[in-house]
Design a protein around this ligand. Structure first.
Ligand SMILES: [Zn+2]
Length: 510
């Protein structure tokens, strides 16, 4: 795959920034040149030639790609229209008009399992009233699809091999001293088990599925007879159905398909991988932490930000409000603590370094709660949906996007949001995991040290947050150590409207 150089990205961004700056200052249109139907008198100076528009630019750069790719056309002059053709003919003002909210897809195609090579020629011209059209510009692309039976592998971190199927879905093979873990199994149609055997040196393999979508459990049937397969409890039925449809016996599924939840460990010999659940993308979505290396394997659980095509966290199917996912993310991050060093998603081409990506995810969820519909912009993919984006996809490796269900993403009108997204105890442990919809909890006190509680509302616009009637700051721990009868923490949120309230109760016991 051709890689777009950083400098070309930078120059493109500079153009986009320049265009944005010009657009916001809204320069008045230049006066139109006088009509020149009358024959000029010999003393009139000739009309200066009309300024010519620069040609459109494109992202990503022309070249060869292995997968369906999406093209974005840009022009540095604000108010410019870009027209394009695919058939090689010269584009004119009457050719199809490019919509800046869309991307143009060039598809990779198969003949059965055979990947085909396709050539695509996009020609584009910039037009604008009062200016001369640009020179037409030609962008040429090749898509060379891998066969559906083919895989690619590369070591992306010590002991971690990223495997791609023909659709570039990512799987990870993680080496342990006694066994390997395969995280997800892609959607390909090749002999994956045999392909992986070249890397495992005869050691056994366990499989962990981040979730039960087809591009992540696609070859699960190849491993179930000989390996244990682990999946989040909420995704077990879908995975079992898939296995059964692909020839696994009931006995194999009953004895080899196991569910995992918060704190579950998958032993690799020298260390164990840890499971944290983050429900949302699917009911059983999990992330997998290697505590030794700080590698976090996330599938689609916290989304991805693949550029080509512009892929984001798919939550458009969510039938409940996003504050519940927000709570799952915040509690999940508390469980992970500060141990994450690299994030390996199901669709990013490279590991994401650090946790800025997760910060941007939280920023997007916060915008959903605080800005409501005003945070939504048209989605690139699938078109017709709404999404929230934090950061610039062309320049920021940690940009984040989320497709939302515009009907259900808010728990209440924006000014009435009073739910919590986190209860964090120190010195005591909740007996059930926090969710924004459960209002009653028990907590077991550990040791005799101080007990503190911190709470985070879903909306940062709430009017007040109290613990046992004392006003507290969002996220700041306050002491609730046993003081006689004071064995209950009552957290009350008053929404921005000053009227709507929501309360959560934690009963402490030893
Ligand atoms: Zn996926």
């Amino acid at each position: 795959m051709i890689r777009v150089s950083f400098s070309s990205l930078l120059s493109l961004t500079a153009l986009v920034i320049a265009a944005t700056a010009l657009a916001t200052t809204a320069a008045p249109a230049p006066p139109k040149a006088p009509a020149s139907t009358a024959a000029p008198s010999p003393t009139t100076t000739p009309t200066p030639p009309t300024a010519k528009l620069p040609p459109p630019t494109i992202f990503p750069a022309p070249g060869t790609y292995s997968n369906t790719t999406s093209l974005s056309l840009r022009d540095e002059v604000p108010g410019t229209e870009i027209h394009y053709t695919w058939d090689g003919t010269e584009p004119t003002a009457s050719s199809p008009l490019y919509d800046q909210h869309e991307v143009l897809f060039i598809e990779g195609v198969y003949d059965g399992d055979k990947g085909l090579r396709t050539d695509h020629t996009l020609r584009a011209v910039a037009t604008k009233g009062g200016m001369a059209p640009s020179e037409p510009v030609t962008f040429s692309y090749k898509i060379e699809r891998r066969d559906r039976t083919a895989y690619l592998a590369e070591e992306v971190a010590p002991g971690v091999r990223m495997i791609r199927d023909s659709d570039n879905d990512k799987m990870f093979l993680v080496r342990g001293s006694k066994r390997f873990a395969l995280i997800d199994s892609g959607m390909g149609r090749g002999d994956l088990r045999n392909y992986l055997s070249q890397f495992t040196g005869g050691l056994p393999l366990v499989v962990i599925f981040t979730h039960s979508h087809g591009d992540h459990i696609g070859q699960a049937d190849q491993f179930i007879a000989q390996s244990t397969e682990y999946v989040g409890a909420g995704d077990r039925d879908v995975t079992a159905d898939f296995l059964q449809k692909h020839g696994a016996t009931r006995g194999q599924i009953a004895s080899h398909l196991k569910t995992v939840t918060d704190g579950s460990k998958v032993d690799l010999g020298d260390r164990a991988l840890e499971i944290v659940t983050i429900r949302g993308h699917t009911p059983g979505s999990i992330v997998i932490l290697d505590p030794e290396s700080g590698n976090l394997f996330t599938g689609d659980t916290v989304g991805n930000n693949s550029n080509l095509p512009p892929d984001v966290l798919w939550m458009q199917g969510l039938t409940y409000s996003l504050d519940q996912y927000f709570a799952a993310v915040r509690t999940g991050r508390k469980l992970l603590g500060d141990r994450v060093k690299l994030i390996m998603t199901g669709h990013n081409d490279r590991p994401l370094v650090g946790t800025a990506y997760l910060d941007n995810l939280e920023a997007a969820l916060q915008r959903a709660m605080d800005e409501g519909n005003e945070a939504l912009i048209p989605s690139y993919r699938p078109q017709g949906l709404k999404q929230i984006v934090v950061g610039d996809r062309l320049t920021d490796p940690n940009w984040f996007g989320i497709n939302v269900n515009a009907q259900t993403f808010l728990p209440a009108p924006r000014d009435q949001i009073a739910s919590l997204t986190l209860i964090d105890l120190q010195g005591a442990t909740l007996t059930t995991r926090f969710t924004s919809t459960n209002h009653d909890y028990k907590a077991i006190v550990k040791g005799s040290g101080p007990i503190t509680i911190a709470a985070m509302p879903a909306s940062s616009r709430v009017q007040s947050l109290t613990v046992n009637d004392e006003t507290v700051q969002a996220g700041t721990p306050v002491d609730i150590s046993f003081k006689g009868k004071r064995d209950v923490a009552l957290i009350t949120v008053t929404a921005h409207d000053g009227q709507t309230t929501d309360s959560y109760r934690v009963i402490l016991s030893r």
